[in-house]
Design a protein around this ligand. Structure first.
Ligand code: VGL
Ligand code: ZN
Length: 233
């Protein structure tokens, strides 16, 4: 009887330990840091500047040193991309249109192939990053997510790459919280990864409540919002 009670106590303790551990990421060889779109066009002075977007750079640099696995995503559009307002006569940036795959926000031209705006912020210092995943390179389809294009059918290959490398956990940071970070984190969770977003490592565009909705949608898929202080010492 005593043993049974002791066992129950142990189970409870183990259960609460497990729950606690899932609120914070373990950083090991099966954890990847995904750095989303830290590119000049999303930083002050860029063509689709996210407020204070450049402030994520030192935060991400410091974090990245603790991860052996780092992947960068890079928004990478051809001239005349269908997500650009300039490709739709009479339309202005930040208007919504219907594309064959669903609603699409129209943006100022940004991150075009080989432009200075498409380059990573010059302060980004992650020489050990292992892979750069470019996305949004097909003229007719946008891709906020690093995993899956906006048609929700075409994979970029990142999911398979991480799976083949035995990655079980993703920590996501970058620009913008409510668009590419949001979609990338949601897809990481859908790919079966335990997924965290570090709030101070992100900055948002926040169009019509998109930031609050992004956090709600991410949470619904089990994505955990954490701060730098939640990372293991
Ligand atoms: C992004 C809008 C258009 C982003 C990319 O990186 O969040 N947002 N393209
Ligand atoms: Zn884009």
């Amino acid at each position: 009887r005593r043993a049974a009670i002791a066992g129950a106590t142990l189970l409870t303790a183990a259960g609460s330990l497990t729950a606690h551990a899932q609120d914070k990421p373990v950083i090991d060889s099966s954890t990847v840091l995904i750095v989303v779109d830290v590119q000049n066009d999303f930083c002050p002075g860029g063509r689709l500047a996210v407020g204070k977007g450049d402030e994520v750079v030192p935060v991400i640099n410091a974090m990245a040193k603790r991860f052996q696995n780092v992947v960068l995503t890079q928004d990478w559009h051809p001239e005349g991309h269908s997500s650009f307002a300039t490709s739709h006569p009479g339309k202005k940036p930040f208007e919504l249109i219907q594309m064959p795959y669903g609603p699409q926000v129209l943006w100022p031209d940004h991150c075009t192939w080989d432009s200075a705006g498409a380059e990573f912020h010059e302060g980004l210092d992650i020489a050990h990053a292992q892979t750069i995943v470019r996305k949004g390179y097909r003229r007719e389809v946008d891709s906020y997510s690093g995993f899956m294009e906006a048609d929700r059918k075409t994979a970029t290959g990142l999911g398979g790459y991480l799976k083949e490398r035995g990655i079980a956990r993703a920590v996501v940071v970058g620009l913008a919280t409510d668009f590419c970070v949001n979609w990338t984190a949601q897809d990481a969770a859908k790919n079966g990864l335990q997924t965290f977003v570090v709030e101070e490592g992100c900055r948002a565009i926040d169009l019509g409540g998109s930031l609050a909705k992004a956090w709600t949608d991410m949470a619904a898929l089990g994505v955990k919002k954490i701060s730098v202080a939640d990372l293991p010492a």
